[in-house]
Design a protein around this ligand. Structure first.
Ligand code: DHB
Ligand code: FE
Length: 280
C-alpha cells in the first residue's frame, strides 16, 4: 500500500533558485539561508521517498487570467520547466507519477473535491525551488512528483479549512493506492511577505513563529484562520501559507516536528521551513 510518511513545508522564493543556479549559495547573504536546509537534505537521503505530492501555486506561468483553477492536479508523465522571463531554470525535467495522480484525481473527485486535471503543465519556481532546496543539484530528481496547483494569486483563494479537508482527501486517496510507495506531501509558499504596494517588504516574525508552532500545537486554530488575518499579519503574499494546510491536513490529527528553519533576509520573504511526521 502507498503511505504518506512525512510532510515538508518551505518558502519557494525564486531568487533562492537563481542563487543556486548561479553558484552563489556560499556567499554571505545566502549561506545561512541554505544552511537551514542541510538537515533536511541529509534526512531525505535516509527517507528515499518514491513520490512527492507537491502543493504549490503557479505564478501566472502556466495559467493566466483566462483560466484560474482553484485546485488542479498534474497527471502527465512529465512536466517541463517554465520560462519565467530569464529562460527555464537549468534543472532536470520533473517526472510525474501518472498512475498515482489519476488515482488521486479520481478518488478526490468522487470524494466531492472538484479537481482540475492537467495533462500538460510547465512548472515554475513554486515547485522547482523546493525541489532544489531538498535535493540540491542532481542530474535527475530522485523522486517522482505529483503537482497540486492551488490558486492563491487571484481572489478568492480557497479557505484554510477547505485546504485542510483536501489534504485529508488526498491522504485517503494515497492510502487506497495498491502499490507500495513511500509518499511525502510538501506545502510551499510563505511565510510572511508582501511584494507590492505601500506595505511591500512586510515581515512578521512573531506571527510566522506562532504559525510554525501551531502546525503541531493548535491545528484547529490554523484551520479556522480567516483570509483577512493572513493579509493583515503576513502580507498579501502570505496567503500562500494556506497551501501548508493541505500538507498538514494530509498528516492526520497529530503531527510531530522533526526540524524547522526560519531566516530573514531571503529576497522579500521570511524564509520558513518545517519537517513533520504523522503521529503514530
Ligand atoms: C518572492 C517570493 C515568492 O513567494 C514569490 O512567488 C516571488 C517572489 C520574493 O520574496 O522575492
Ligand atoms: Fe510565491
Amino acid at each position: 500500500m502507498a503511505r504518506i510518511t512525512a510532510g515538508v513545508a518551505t518558502s519557494h522564493v525564486p531568487a533562492v533558485g537563481a542563487a543556486l543556479d548561479n553558484g552563489k549559495s556560499h556567499e554571505p547573504y545566502w549561506a545561512p539561508l541554505f544552511a537551514g536546509y542541510q538537515w533536511t537534505k541529509d534526512w531525505e537521503e535516509t527517507q528515499q521517498p518514491d513520490v512527492v505530492i507537491l502543493v504549490y501555486n503557479d505564478h501566472a506561468s502556466a495559467f493566466d487570467m483566462n483560466i484560474i483553477p482553484t485546485f488542479a492536479i498534474g497527471c502527465a508523465e512529465e512536466f517541463g520547466i517554465a520560462d519565467e522571463g530569464w529562460g527555464p531554470r537549468p534543472v532536470p525535467i520533473v517526472k510525474g507519477h501518472a498512475e498515482l495522480a489519476w488515482h488521486i484525481a479520481q478518488s478526490c473527485i468522487l470524494d466531492e473535491f472538484d479537481m482540475t486535471i492537467l495533462n500538460r503543465l510547465e512548472v515554475d519556481h513554486g515547485l522547482t525551488v523546493p525541489l532544489s532546496l531538498m535535493f540540491g543539484q542532481p542530474g535527475q530528481w530522485p523522486v517522482r512528483v505529483v503537482p497540486i496547483a492551488v490558486n492563491v494569486v487571484t481572489y478568492p483563494p480557497p479557505s484554510g479549512n477547505r485546504c485542510w479537508l483536501l489534504g485529508e482527501a488526498i491522504a485517503r486517496a494515497v492510502e487506497s493506492f495498491p502499490e507500495d510507495l513511500n509518499v511525502q506531501i510538501w506545502g510551499t509558499g510563505g511565510m510572511s511577505h508582501q511584494l507590492q504596494g505601500p506595505r511591500a517588504g512586510l515581515i512578521n516574525k512573531p506571527w510566522d513563529m506562532k504559525f510554525l508552532d501551531d502546525l503541531t500545537r493548535d491545528a484547529e486554530g490554523l484551520r479556522t484562520k480567516p483570509h483577512i488575518e493572513y493579509l493583515r499579519e503576513a502580507g498579501s503574499e502570505g496567503i500562500e501559507l494556506v497551501m501548508w494546510l493541505i500538507m498538514r491536513g494530509a498528516l492526520g490529527r497529530g503531527a510531530r516536528e522533526l526540524h524547522r528553519h526560519y531566516h530573514v533576509p531571503g529576497s522579500n520573504t521570511a524564509i520558513g521551513h518545517i519537517v513533520l511526521e504523522p503521529a503514530a
